[in-house]
Each structure stands twice: as structure tokens, then as C-alpha cells.
Design a protein around this ligand. Structure first.
Ligand code: ASP
Length: 303
């Protein structure tokens, strides 16, 4: 039997007054998602079940930018992306630009298990959710007062440069290792605030915002999606682990350092190996994160 481990994140980026004021609630949300996933692992469940469960927990929590509480695009609408990957067989499922799906991560899981495809977008993905009887919610369920305030604030700024510079988004993710030596990763997001309608971020792109391979590690990334895509961040960590005898934590630090130098942006990542080793690194002011490693060491931090 292998050691179980799980790491979750609730987004990396700039700090804000809202985050500072709600630190306790954020930490409670991180711990809740962590323990949702850990419970699955403790009961002999699979890594992929654990990451789906942890991410569902975040998606149901309005404080985090995924599912309920997603950020609003420039039209004041919500479009969500999510992906999930199984390190045992490199199978993956993802959805982009979906609306009204209560748990986009579960739709991504359905794409993995019930279709021959990896990524399904927009109306077709929403139709798939309806056909599979996944829970749907009205627009108002997803919109929180906080995200509407952010939308108003961002739109009130005079300069577009200022709008692009100040990024206060979130995203959630989980990586886990189970008793059977398998790892999995899951990522879900409402995207970046005030983005153009139709913008698709890294969170649903396998190898960028999500990647899992038993031979290396499972990874979930967060931060500026455009940089995470061009930096192919999640797969880069897997390659680094494959080629490097350094610890997973050192590999995470090296990837963040290299991507900061090459593509730039705010980037954070969390990872786990099938031996229960964990790593996490970020170059931004904060990354909401919590973990329980293979030896039972646990923590929960924002800064
Ligand atoms: N990476 C996400 C996206 O670009 C946002 C985030 O992680 O904060 O959609």
C-alpha cells in the first residue's frame, strides 16, 4: 500500500483587502476542501475521486472563483473551465466556457469517462451535462455580491492598462495520491475577471493548468492563464521531475523561477507524487493552499 497525500489550492495572484479581511473564512474553505478529498483517500477511494470531491467542495463555496462565486467577464457573465486527469493511464477530461453547471469538475470527469474526447466546449458541453442529468443552477446562484463588486470596480477604472495589470482572480485545484500508487489532478475556474467573452484559460488545458502522470507527479496550476498556457507549466513540472533527482519542492521552485524568467506573469502550482511527496510554489503575493503529505504533515497558508 502506498501513502496517501493531498494538496489543494484556492488560487494565486495579487493580495486584496477582501482576502485580508476574510482570511479565516478562506482558511476554513481550504481545510474543508482538503478534508473532503482526504476522507475519500482514507476510506480507500481513488486519487481521481479525491480530487473531484475536493474541487466540488471549492466549487460549492462562494468565496472561491470556481462554480458558485466565479468571476464575471466583460459582459458581466460567467463562463467556467475545468479539467481532470488520471495519472494511472493518462486519461483526461475537460470542459470550457460552460454556464449553469453546478460542478464543472464533474462534467469534466464525465467527458473523461463517457466520451472519446478530452475537451468539450460551450453549448455542447452544457447539453452533455443536461443529457447526463448533472445538477444545473440559475445564473443568480453563481453570482456573488463580491464578484459583482469586483466587476463594477474593474469597469470603473479609467485605463485599460490598469485593468490588465491588477489581477485579483482565483481558481481552485487539487492533486492527490492514493493507497494504490495512483495520482490525479483537477482544476476548476471562473476565469479572469473582465476577460473577453469566449476567453479560455489554462485551467481546462491539459499540460498547462492540469497534468497527472504516475511516473512523475500530479500538478494543478493557477495564476495568469495566458502565461501558464504559453509556459506549458504543468507538463513542464512533470518533465522536470522526470529528469531531476531533486526533491519535488525543489522542482516546483525551479519551474516557477524558469517560467517567471521566460514567460512572466503570476503563477502558482501544487503537486504530489505517488510516494506521497508534496510540493508547492508561487511567484505571486499569495497562493491559498492546504496540504496533508504522505507522512501526515499538514498545513494551510495564504501568504
Ligand atoms: N488560471 C486561471 C485562468 O486564467 C485564473 C487563476 O488561476 O486565477 O483562467
Amino acid at each position: 500500500m502506498s501513502k496517501i497525500a493531498i494538496v489543494v489550492h484556492g488560487g494565486a495572484g495579487e493580495d486584496s483587502e477582501f482576502i485580508r479581511q476574510n482570511q479565516t473564512a478562506y482558511k476554513e474553505g481550504l481545510q474543508a476542501a482538503l478534508h473532503c478529498g482526504h476522507e475519500v483517500l482514507k476510506n480507500g477511494g481513488s486519487a481521481i475521486d479525491a480530487v473531484e470531491r475536493a474541487v466540488q467542495c471549492f466549487e460549492d463555496n462562494p468565496l472561491f472563483n470556481a462554480g458558485r462565486g466565479s468571476s464575471l467577464n466583460s459582459l458581466g457573465e460567467i463562463e467556467m473551465d475545468a479539467s481532470i486527469m488520471n495519472g494511472e493511464n493518462l486519461s483526461a477530461g475537460a470542459v470550457c466556457m460552460v454556464k449553469n453547471i453546478k460542478n464543472p469538475i464533474s462534467l469534466a470527469r464525465k467527458v473523461l469517462e463517457e466520451t472519446n474526447h478530452v475537451l468539450i466546449g460551450g453549448h455542447a458541453a452544457m447539453q452533455l451535462a443536461a443529457d447526463l442529468h448533472l445538477p444545473l443552477e440559475t445564473d443568480s446562484y453563481f453570482m456573488t455580491d463580491h464578484q459583482q463588486e469586483v466587476f463594477m470596480e474593474v469597469n470603473a477604472r479609467e485605463s485599460r492598462q490598469e485593468m490588465l495589470r491588477k489581477k485579483i482572480h482565483g481558481t481552485v485545484g487539487a492533486v492527490a495520491a492514493d493507497l494504490y500508487g495512483n495520482v490525479a489532478a483537477a482544476t476548476s475556474t471562473g476565469g479572469t475577471e473582465n476577460s473577453l467573452p469566449g476567453r479560455i484559460g489554462d485551467s481546462c488545458i491539459i499540460g498547462c493548468g492540469c497534468y497527472a502522470n504516475n511516473d512523475t507527479c500530479a500538478v494543478s496550476a493557477t495564476g495568469d492563464g495566458e502565461f501558464i498556457i504559453t509556459g506549458v507549466v504543468a507538463h513542464s513540472l512533470s518533465v522536470k521531475v522526470a529528469n531531476n533527482s531533486a526533491s519535488l519542492q525543489e522542482a516546483c521552485n525551479e519551474v516557477i523561477k524558469a517560467k517567471t524568467a521566460s514567460v512572466g506573469g503570476n503563477i502558482g502550482l501544487i503537486s504530489v507524487t505517488k510516494h506521497g511527496g508534496v510540493g508547492m510554489s508561487f511567484n505571486s503575493e499569495r497562493m491559498h493552499r492546504a496540504w496533508i503529505d504522505g507522512d501526515g504533515a499538514t498545513g494551510c497558508e495564504i501568504y
